[in-house]
Design a protein around this ligand. Structure first.
Ligand code: ADP
Ligand code: ZN
Ligand code: ZN
Length: 745
C-alpha cells in the first residue's frame, strides 16, 4: 500500500512536536516527500498557507481520510537553520532508530519562559592586596569556595556572574555572604556594560606556532576555502598543542563570518579550559552545560540564532546549536564514551557531527591522545585526514612505566594491595614531599559481599547486581538505591564467614592510613563527589598540595594538571568482569594511557606502576609502552575477526518487561523472525538472551544482537522488527535499538 498521508508539524518548537497534523499527499507530490522536508499546507479556518515540516509518511491516517486537507506544495529554499536541524533529526531517526518525535525533541531546544533577567557582574570592593590577604585567610579556614572567588578577583576587578557560578561552581549563598562582608558587589548590566569584554584585556601574547600546528591549520583552512571542507583527526598527547590549534582555527572562522561548535566531554568543562576560550573570544563565546536551567539554555541558543555569539562550547547536545553559518565543528577527546547518548535516540556525537558538517559545508576537527578505533580506522581508510602531534610543548618527559605481575607478588608472599615496587616508590615520594595519584578501576573491584563457605553473593532483590558495602555499615544497590543493613550470617547456609571483598576505594584508603599514617589522603569516588561542588573542591585541594595522595576511580585521570605528581599507581589494571564487552580492551588502553600520562607533567620526571594479573594482555602491554599504533593494530585484528565495529556494524535490540515469561517469548519471536527473514544477508546474530544485568527495578531485560557490514541492512532489519511488533500488538513491553553500541547490555 502506498503512503499517501503525512503527519506534519506547523510550529517547529520542542513543545509542539507532540501535536502533529495530518494531511493528504496530492498525486503530484507522491513519492517525492520524506521526513524532515518542508512543505506548504492550508491551515486553520481561512486555509492560509503555512510552512510545515514532515514528520512521517503513513498508509492509513489516524483521522478519517475524507476530512483531511491536501498538502499544497513543496516549500522553496530548504536550507535555513530549522530545515537543517529537522533534516538532521530525520537522519538521526533513520540511523539510530527512534520516532521522528523523539529525534526532534533531541534536536530542538525546549522553549522556556525566561524572566527578562539582566546580565550580572561581580565587582571587587576591596583593594587587590586586601583580596590576597583575605584569600589566604579563607584557605586557612577551609572556605575553599570563597577562596576561589577571591583568587579570581585578585586578577580581575570584575567578573561575569555566570562565570563565577557556573565555572567556579560557587553557589549563590557564598556570593551573598561575601556581599554581606562587603568584599564584593553583584551589579546588573545597566551599571556595568561589558562584563566579559574586560577579560580580553588579559589576552596573552601570541605564541609562535610549531610547524606541525601550522600545517594542520593551513590544511584545514585551505580545503575549507576551496569549498571542500574535510574531516580531520589530530592524534596528540595532552599538552601537545591541540587546543591552541582549535583556537586559531576558530579565529580564522570568525574572520570568515562563520561560527564554530566546540564539543568537550562534560567532565572536561573545567574552569581552566573555558578561561582560555573566554580570554580569546570574550563575549563572542558561550558555554552550555548541564548546570544551566532550561531557560538559560534556551537563552544561549537564541543568542546563537541571532548572531550574538560565534562560538559555543558544550557537551554533545551543543551540536544542535542553531548557528546560521556553521563553519567548523571541533570535538575534543573524541574517544570519550559520553559522546554517545544513553537515551533514545542513542546517537553518537561524532557521526552526527560528521553528518551535520556535511549538510552545512563545515569542517570537522577531532582531537584525542587515544583516538577511538572508529576515528583511527577512518583515518587509515582516508575518510579522515590524520595529523600527529608528538611533542609535549609544556616540557616534561614521558614517564618510566613499571608493570608488576600481581600473581608473582602473591606467590612471593605479598598479600597487600600494594606491590613491593609501588610501596618502595610511595615511600620515596612521601619522604621527598612529592605527590602521588592512585587509581582504582572500581567497577571491577567493588566491595561486594560474598559467603566464603557457600560462595553466595548478596544481590539487590530488585536488580540483578551485587550490593556493595559502605562505611556506614549499610549495603547498597548502585542501580536503584535499595539499602539494607549488613548481615552477620549467610542467608543461604548460615555461615558467619560472609564479608566484603575488600578492595574498594574506602578500604584502600584505610590501608594507606595504616601503612603511611602521616600521609594526607584525598579520596575521590562516587561517594565523595555526590554534591555539586565536591569534584572541583577535591581537585583544587590536591592542586594546592593539601594532600600527598589522591586516591580515586576513573574520575581522577581526567582534568587538571598536577605538576607535583611524580608517581602514578594503577592498583588494578585488569579488565573488569565486563570483559565480554568488545570495547573493554580499548577502554583499558585509554584509561591506562591517560593515567600514566598524569605523571611527570611538571619539571620533575615521573614514574608509573601498573599492577595487573594479566601483564601479557595486549592492551596493558601497549599502554605501558605508550604505543597507540601497536595497540590499534592488535585491537583492529580482533574486531575484524569478530566482525565488531568499526570493521562491521552492530545493532542491539533491547526489550524490557516486568512479565518475565512473556518477555522471553517476545524476544525469541523477534530473533527467529530476523534469523529467518534475513538469512543469507550476511548477518551474524548473538542471542537472544537475558541482558548482562538481567533485571533492574523488577523489570526484566532481554537482548538480541545483529552484526552486519552494511548499516542499511540493519536499518531494514529495524524496520522489519518495528512492523512485526506493531502487527502483533506487542505494545506492553518497552523496546529500543542501539546502533553500534558502546557497551553491551
Ligand atoms: P592540548 O590541547 O593538546 O592539551 P594545549 O593547546 O593546551 O595542548 O597546549 C599545551 C600547552 O602548551 C599550553 O600551555 C599552551 O599554551 C602551550 N602551547 C601550545 N602551543 C604552543 C606553541 N606553539 N608554543 C608554545 N607554547 C604552546
Ligand atoms: Zn553461605
Ligand atoms: Zn537495585
Amino acid at each position: 500500500m502506498e503512503k499517501s498521508f503525512a503527519k506534519v508539524i506547523i510550529d517547529i518548537s520542542h513543545e509542539k512536536v507532540d501535536r502533529p497534523f495530518e494531511y493528504k499527499i496530492p498525486a503530484s507530490l507522491m513519492g517525492k516527500l520524506a521526513p524532515g522536508m518542508c512543505v506548504n499546507v492550508p491551515f486553520g479556518n481561512g486555509n492560509k498557507l503555512r510552512k510545515a515540516y514532515i514528520l512521517e509518511l503513513e498508509e492509513i491516517p489516524e483521522f478519517p481520510a475524507p476530512k483531511l486537507k491536501e498538502i499544497a506544495s513543496l516549500a522553496e529554499g530548504q536550507n535555513g537553520v530549522e530545515e537543517q536541524l529537522i533534516a538532521l533529526a530525520a537522519w538521526i531517526k533513520r540511523t539510530y532508530g527512534s520516532t521522528m518525535i523523539q529525534a526532534l525533541k533531541t534536536v530542538l531546544p525546549a522553549k522556556q519562559k525566561i524572566s527578562e533577567k539582566k546580565k550580572k557582574t561581580i565587582l571587587r570592593l576591596i583593594s587587590r592586596d586586601e583580596a590576597v590577604a583575605l584569600q589566604a585567610q579563607y584557605i586557612r579556614k577551609h572556605q575553599t569556595a570563597k577562596a576561589r572567588v577571591l583568587e579570581e578577583l585578585t586578577e580581575q576587578e570584575c567578573l561575569p556572574y555566570e562565570l563565577v557560578t557556573e565555572k567556579l561552581h560557587v553557589g549563590k549563598a557564598t556570593l551573598q555572604s561575601l556581599e554581606k562582608e562587603l568584599v564584593l558587589k553583584v551589579v546588573s548590566e545597566d551599571v556595568y556594560r561589558d562584563p566579559v569584554g574586560t577579560l580580553q584585556a588579559k589576552k596573552c601574547e601570541e605564541k609562535v606556532l610549531s610547524d606541525e600546528q601550522k600545517r594542520i591549520i593551513s590544511t584545514v583552512l585551505e580545503e575549507y576555502d576551496n569549498g571542500s571542507p574535510g574531516c580531520y583527526l589530530i592524534h596528540g598527547i595532552t599538552g601537545s598543542g591541540k587546543t591552541e590549534v582549535y583556537i586559531r582555527l576558530i579565529e580564522q572562522m570568525c574572520r570568515r563570518g562563520r561560527q564554530t561548535i566546540v564539543l568537550i566531554p562534560e567532565i572536561a568543562l573545567t574552569y581552566q579550559t573555558l578561561m582560555r576560550f573566554y580570554q580569546h573570544f570574550g563575549n563572542r563565546v558561550s558555554v552550555l552545560n548541564s548546570t544551566l536551567s532550561a531557560g538559560e539554555k534556551y537563552d544561549q541558543i537564541k543568542r546563537a540564532r541571532d548572531g550574538d555569539i560565534d562560538i559555543i562550547i558544550g557537551p554533545r547536545s551543543a551540536l544542535f546549536t542553531p548557528f546560521p553559518k556553521l563553519g567548523l565543528i571541533i570535538m575534543d577527546e573524541e574517544h570519550e564514551s559520553s559522546y554517545k547518548s544513553d537515551a533514545v535516540p542513542r546517537f553518537h556525537a561524532r557521526e552526527t557531527a560528521q553528518e551535520l558538517a556535511r549538510m552545512c559545508g563545515a569542517s570537522l576537527v577531532l582531537g584525542s591522545a587515544t583516538p577511538s578505533l572508529e576515528a583511527y580506522y577512518r583515518a587509515q581508510n582516508g575518510d579522515y585526514r590524520l595529523f600527529e602531534l608528538n611533542r609535549r610543548l609544556t616540557g616534561g618527559s614521558l614517564p618510566t612505566v613499571h608493570v608488576v605481575d600481581l600473581r608473582k607478588e602473591l606467590k612471593e608472599g605479598n598479600r597487600s594491595v600494594f606491590s613491593r615496587k609501588l610501596q618502595e616508590l610511595m615511600k620515596d615520594r612521601l619522604t621527598r614531599g612529592e605527590q602521588i595519584m592512585l587509581f582504582l578501576n572500581r567497577r571491577g573491584y567493588a566491595g561486594f559481599i560474598s559467603c566464603r563457605a557457600c560462595g553466595l553473593v548478596l544481590k539487590c532483590p530488585h536488580c540483578d547486581v551485587s550490593l556493595s558495602e559502605h562505611k556506614d555499615g549499610k549495603l547498597r544497590c548502585h542501580y536503584c538505591g535499595y539499602e539494607q543493613s549488613m548481615v552477620s550470617k549467610c542467608p543461604e547456609c548460615g555461615s558467619p564467614y560472609i564479608m566484603g571483598f575488600k578492595a574498594g576505594t574506602q578500604q584502600i584508603e584505610e590501608q594507606i592510613k595504616i601503612r603511611y599514617p602521616k600521609a594526607r589522603v584525598l579520596r575521590m569516588d562516587a561517594d565523595t563527589t555526590s554534591t555539586k561542588d565536591s569534584y572541583e573542591e577535591i581537585l583544587a585541594a590536591f592542586s594546592e598540595e593539601k594532600a600527598d595522595i589522591l586516591l580515586g576511580t576513573q574520575m581522577i585521570v581526567k582534568g587538571h594538571d598536577f605538576p607535583k605528581v611524580t608517581l602514578v599507581g594503577v592498583l588494578a589494571a585488569d579488565l573488569s568482569p565486563f570483559a565480554s564487552d568488545y570495547r573493554a580492551g580499548e577502554r583499558t588502553f585509554q584509561l591506562l594511557t591517560q593515567a600514566a600520562g598524569r605523571a611527570g607533567r611538571g619539571k620533575l620526571p615521573g614514574e608509573v606502576v601498573i599492577q595487573t594479573y594479566q601483564p601479557e594482555h595486549y592492551s596493558i602491554a601497549h599502554a605501558a609502552k605508550q604505543d597507540y599504533k601497536g595497540f590499534y593494530e592488535e585491537e583492529l585484528l580482533y574486531r575484524e575477526l569478530m566482525s565488531y565495529p568499526p570493521v562491521s556494524h552492530m545493532m542491539a535490540f533491547l526489550l524490557q518487561m516486568s512479565n518475565e515469561k512473556k518477555g522471553k517469548i517476545y524476544i525469541e519471536q523477534i530473533a527467529s523472525l530476523v534469523k529467518n527473514r534475513f538469512c543469507g544477508h550476511n548477518i551474524v546474530t548473538i542471542g537472544p538472551s537475558s541482558a548482562m544485568i538481567g533485571k533492574i527495578n523488577d523489570v526484566y531485560r532481554f537482548v538480541f544482537y545483529i552484526k552486519c557490514g552494511q548499516s542499511e541492512e540493519l536499518e531494514k532489519i529495524r524496520e522489519c522488527i518495528e512492523q512485526y511488533m506493531e502487527e502483533n500488538e506487542m505494545e506492553d513491553c518497552n523496546t529500543s535499538f542501539d546502533f553500534d553500541p558502546c557497551h553491551i547490555y
